[in-house]
Design a protein around this ligand. Structure first.
Ligand code: ACO
Length: 423
């Protein structure tokens, strides 16, 4: 017997059958593609908490078990054994690179890491202290005008050209804007230092001066990028796919993804964690804020705790927690911020309120602390998240294209507005 689900309308007694599809892992799905044509009704799922929007072979998450995999590789294994560029390659080329493939990929990125400097005029047009995400989103949108030869998006090799261009140029745009705002002389990319180290170099260097980057600093930053590389059909990835489904080119789709990531419920959360830790100020005040987080009459929430999908632990937070402590020990910092964070963790992980609701530290709890320890200002955190997430967005965009014909994303609604006003 075929796998189907029968749905019955209790008002009329009419029944319909819908196919049940199975993936290689994770919950089965009921295919309701013909639901409207069969029943004359829509389904309603605000926030898409029960809706699979596509078939995908890129990333798998089991929130109950705290599992995250890219193309079948466990995230903790990738973080322990591979570099960010390996994972970028894995997402784009669907396999881990050999040593030679990785080196030639690094060289290809190196050749594409400079930007057309006419684009820098945009930075002058922005008011002082404009948010880095405003600069990044606009520059990426503008790239479609500068790199017109990437516009043939029907050709996979042209798409790969564009993908490499974006992965290589986004760190340069972020670092250039950071230096522009501060009036520092620009430092050009030097990918011979390694993809990740190059970014910290571009932030810190001054002409004719030495930059000493400690290996633990590069390792921790590498992990932050690697752990953000993709995360299934989250809000920004779904945005990238939705814009791509209109046949807009990838620069427009990625720029829209940057906009979606900006919000504090998504990529802006780690900025919020640091703001909250600063507001708490000292370990002695932690109890007061924990009590506020538990108080049903207070809207206060502990930032960096809880996750829509992970209800056991966030595997990314586990990796970053260890690195945070290693970084703190090795570079010898022990700020009040870190003391406050450790006290929160200590209390919340043992408190009945947090334990019974399965509220554990999420990736943002530690990524913000690591970036802060690396001397990166809070307002740059979301832009750094973009740097990590761009390979994921690109692979999801490409997968959607490969699964042609692409159906335009066009949800329906439950209309609750006025009717027949003019009668
Ligand atoms: N502090 C205090 N209580 C919390 C918190 C928190 N951080 N998170 C959830 N709760 C409580 C809720 O009050 C609710 O309690 P109740 O059952 O007594 O009413 C219960 O836990 C369930 O909360 P929901 O909001 O229903 O859980 P949901 O899965 O919808 O929300 C979210 C997940 C948005 C991440 C939430 O935990 C939160 O707001 N966390 C703080 C913000 C944050 O860290 N965001 C980053 C997410 S990670 C990322 O985007 C990369």
């Amino acid at each position: 017997m075929a796998n189907t689900m029968t749905m019955t309308d209790n008002r009329t007694g009419k029944s319909w059958e819908f196919p049940i599809l199975s993936g290689t892992k994770g919950p089965d799905v009921v295919d309701i593609g013909s639901f409207y044509s069969q029943t004359g009704m829509f389904t309603f799922d605000q926030g898409y908490t029960s809706t699979a929007s596509c078939k995908s072979a890129i990333t798998f998450i089991d929130g109950e078990k705290g599992e995250l995999m890219h193309r079948g590789y466990d995230i903790a294994w990738l973080a322990e054994n591979k570099k960010f560029l390996d994972v970028v390659y894995l997402l784009l080329y669907k396999k881990l690179p050999s040593k030679e493939e990785l080196e030639s990929f690094r060289l290809e990125l190196k050749q594409r890491s400079y930007i057309n400097e006419k684009m820098l005029k945009l930075f002058d047009a922005l008011p002082d202290k404009a948010h880095p995400m405003a600069a990044l989103q606009s520059t990426v949108a503008m790239m479609s005008a500068y790199y017109k030869r990437d516009m043939n998006i029907d050709d996979i090799s042209d798409f790969m050209e564009l993908a490499k261009r974006l992965v290589a140029k986004i760190p340069t745009i972020i670092a250039f804007y950071y230096r522009h705002v501060r009036g520092f002389p620009q430092i050009y990319p030097d990918l011979d230092r390694g993809f990740v180290e190059n970014f910290l170099y571009m932030l810190r260097a001054f002409p004719h001066d030495r930059v000493d980057l400690k290996p633990i600093e590069v390792k921790a930053f590498e992990a932050v990028l690697l752990l953000h590389a993709d995360h299934e059909q989250n809000a920004s990835t779904s945005t990238v796919r939705a814009v791509g489904s209109t046949h807009a080119h990838p620069y427009a789709s990625i720029s829209a993804g940057i906009g979606a990531l900006w919000g504090h419920a998504h990529g802006g959360a780690n900025e919020g964690v640091i703001r909250q830790l600063e507001e708490i100020g000292t370990p002695e005040r932690v109890d007061e804020f924990i009590a506020r987080a538990k108080d049903k009459n207070d809207p206060f929430r502990l930032m960096g705790f809880g996750h829509r999908v992970y209800k056991n632990f966030d595997p990314r937070a586990k990796v970053l927690g260890k690195l945070r402590d290693q970084l703190i020990d090795e570079i010898g910092i022990d700020t009040n911020l870190i003391k406050v964070a450790k006290r929160i963790e200590e209390i919340a992980l043992n408190d009945e309120y947090f334990v019974s609701r399965k509220l554990y530290p999420n990736v943002d709890f530690n990524s913000g602390l690591i970036l802060k320890a690396l001397g990166i200002p809070n307002e740059m955190f979301a832009a750094i998240f973009v740097m990590g997430r761009v390979p994921g967005w690109l692979s999801q965009w490409m997968e959607q294209k490969e699964n042609a014909p692409v159906k335009i994303t066009r949800p329906r609604q439950l209309y609750v507005g006025a009717v027949d006003q003019a009668k």
